[in-house]
Write a protein that binds this ligand. Structure first.
Ligand code: MG
Length: 281
């Protein structure tokens, strides 16, 4: 496989990514797919969808889970609603995550991505132990499917994430590294964090952001890739340094402005292609 194939975050009927047609127009070879709605996750649809992907020349490298009731409105809302952390929905979401993994398997995809939520920093806390058990159970289910789980970065510092990964202690648990999330959530400088968790990184989001005035209390601002505080060139150089050669998947979350979204992703594709030839020679 080509080193660093470019990709985009895409969706069919749920989630914020661009439509498949846009991915095809952009001419990229890979996508991360936000999981379709529960009712769409049938064997029949998987077949139909796989045929369409083949026709479009697109390969899914990660299926991302998402759950009803999740909201990224502000940092406290994320803590209350996202992933496997909220106790009221944990059991149902754990089951649904297994169903999403099974649907990904029907699509021939060997990685499932997930925002697990705000993991408490105290390993002695009850929530920490419960989330740990839930993630282990899902990892074991995915292992049976020959799949990996990729935890999205952002809510935790690199050290807290490393601690959690080691405690889960499953060899099919990895990281989807999103440098912009570290800035948006104020959880640390992305590039030193990338070096720390480097051996776990199996997929990435090429997303950019500017730091908030009060990081961690308020959101940073998402901006087009290459124009924010991530430092696109150093991000790619650091990926080379840690030996990452998987897809570079562009994420730009402005679904309310589809034309601007498409233009900015198109620009990001060119930025990445230029940096690739500069870095890889
Ligand atoms: Mg992301």
């Amino acid at each position: 496989m080509e080193k660093w194939p470019v990709g985009v975050f895409a969706s069919i009927d749920a989630g914020l990514g661009v439509k498949l047609e846009v991915a095809r127009e952009l001419g990229v070879p890979t996508i991360h797919l936000h999981t379709p709605h529960k009712l769409s996750r049938t064997e029949e649809n998987a077949k139909r969808f796989s045929a369409r992907l083949q026709e479009f020349g697109l390969r899914i490298t990660v299926v991302f889970a998402g759950f009803e009731g999740e909201s990224y409105a502000d940092i406290p809302t994320v803590a209350r609603t996202v992933g496997l952390v909220p106790p009221e929905t944990r059991e149902a979401r754990k089951q649904e995550l297994k169903e999403i993994a099974d649907f990904a398997k029907l699509l021939g995809v060997d990685a499932v991505g997930l925002h697990v939520g705000f993991i408490p920093h105290d390993p002695g806390a009850e929530t920490f132990r419960e989330v740990l058990a839930a993630v282990r159970e899902v990892c074991d289910h995915c292992r049976g499917n020959g799949q990996r789980i990729h935890l999205e970065t952002g809510q935790e510092s690199a050290d807290a994430l490393l601690l959690f990964l080691r405690q889960v202690d499953r060899d099919n648990l990895f990281v989807n590294f999103d440098p912009a999330n570290m800035i948006l959530y104020g959880s640390g400088d992305p590039l030193p964090a990338l070096r720390k968790v480097g051996s776990y990184v199996r997929s990435v989001h090429c997303k950019d952001a500017k730091w908030a005035a009060r990081p961690g209390e308020e959101w940073g601002t998402e901006v087009p890739f290459g124009t924010g505080d991530v430092n696109a060139e150093q991000f790619l150089r650091t990926l080379a340094e840690i030996g990452y050669d998987g897809p570079l998947t562009i994420e730009r979350e402005i679904p309310q402005e589809p034309q601007r979204q498409k233009d900015e992703i198109g620009h990001a594709v060119r930025v990445i292609e230029e940096l690739k030839s500069k870095i890889l020679g």
